[in-house]
Write a protein that binds this ligand. Structure first.
Ligand code: SAH
Length: 337
């Protein structure tokens, strides 16, 4: 079996890769460094053929209010120690300008599952669209109703990121006890229904996850097509959560996951996410060698940054210079195959 899977990576017929099955994926997840090099090479090859360039996105973390109870996230509703903030539409637009002035035209507006999100999101989206007409707006605000997704779309939003987090319904229920996988997937359906592009993805290395689970996660991205964006990020234990003493996701394993995802979803934008940098200095540059196609810099005002703790207090923050380095590294290995 392993020989067959290795052979698969030599194919010139990409359709063989797109239609890889679960057994092949599980085999690849077990690859050692040497075999993984072949996987990464193929992932770069597929990226070079199917993707035009590496892009920089800017994220404004507009509110850390959250009604959800995700066990892995320190913004969860039960964390009473965390001071909460909510940016005004004016502050959001000003932050977007900080990116736009540096030619960053993909603006991600991310929040916790804040019940009042439309109050600032709608005016902020309208203003960004009128002041920066060629900016693309990507929202990431959790599980919402069709009406709410429609309101974002009507205001001018282009895309919406809603990761399914894990395709295993039992693990899902364990880590997101307030919701179900079915509900999350239905939200993904509603996002598409109102005409927003769906970004999706999952977390790698949640305690209890198996190679089979991860293989299903990778295949789930394909099942959710069309999806312009997908991210697979390693789990980072957040301080102040039930999972704070658990082991972080593994970087090498995460790279294999992303490499395989690239082979199966050739034209989906996949980020070299900040946990790579958290797990290893230079991790995001390494991520460019496995088929990633974007990097995100934080546009959130300094006074709020420590309060938006997705990964840890000392979350690694990529700045403009680092982003430029990552883009250059990516384009240097955009090979001519
Ligand atoms: N409230 C929104 C945004 C959540 S934060 C929503 O529910 O979609 C954005 C993403 O960060 C999540 O989808 C999750 O995949 C990721 N994330 C949160 N905590 C994490 C952790 N401890 N480790 C790795 N990824 C995490």
């Amino acid at each position: 079996m392993r020989e067959k899977t290795r052979e698969l990576l030599k194919t010139e017929h990409y359709t063989n890769l797109f239609s890889m099955d679960k057994d092949n994926i599980v085999e690849m997840l077990k690859f050692d460094e040497k075999d993984a090099e072949e996987l990464f090479r193929k992932a770069r090859e597929v990226r070079s053929k199917y993707m035009e360039k590496f892009v920089v996105r800017g994220v404004v973390e507009a509110s850390n209010y959250c009604r959800a109870k995700c066990l892995y996230c320190s913004m969860n509703a039960g964390n009473e120690k965390l001071p909460r903030y909510r940016m005004s539409a004016d502050e959001i637009v000003k932050s977007a300008w900080k990116g736009y002035n540096h030619d960053i035209k993909m603006i991600l507006l991310q929040t916790g599952e804040d019940p009042l999100f439309l109050d600032y999101m709608i005016p902020a989206i309208k203003r960004i669209k009128s002041e920066m007409p060629d900016a693309e707006i990507i929202c990431c605000n959790g599980e919402r109703t069709e009406k709410e997704y429609q309101a974002l779309k009507d205001a001018g939003a282009d895309k919406y990121i809603l990761k399914f987090e894990t395709s295993n319904p039992e693990l899902y229920k364990k880590y997101r006890p307030h919701s179900t996988l079915e509900k999350r997937l239905n939200c993904a359906h509603l996002i598409k229904k109102v005409g927003l592009g769906l970004g999706t993805g999952f977390i790698i290395g949640l305690p209890g996850q198996t190679d089979e689970d991860i293989a299903n996660d990778i295949l789930m991205i394909k099942n959710l097509q069309p999806t312009p964006m997908a991210s697979a990020c390693p789990f980072i234990p957040n301080k102040g959560t039930e999972l704070e003493n658990e082991k972080a996701g593994d970087l090498f394993y995460s790279f294999k996951v992303v490499g395989i995802s690239r082979l199966i979803n050739p034209s989906v934008c996949m980020p070299a996410c900040s946990p790579y940098e958290y797990l290893k200095k230079g991790g995001q540059i390494d991520g460019t060698g496995i088929g990633c196609t974007s990097v995100t810099i934080r546009l959130t005002p300094d006074k709020y940054r420590d309060l938006y703790q997705l990964y840890t207090n000392d979350r690694i923050t990529i700045n403009l210079d680092m982003a430029k380095e990552v883009v250059e590294a990516a384009h240097a290995n955009w090979e001519n195959f």
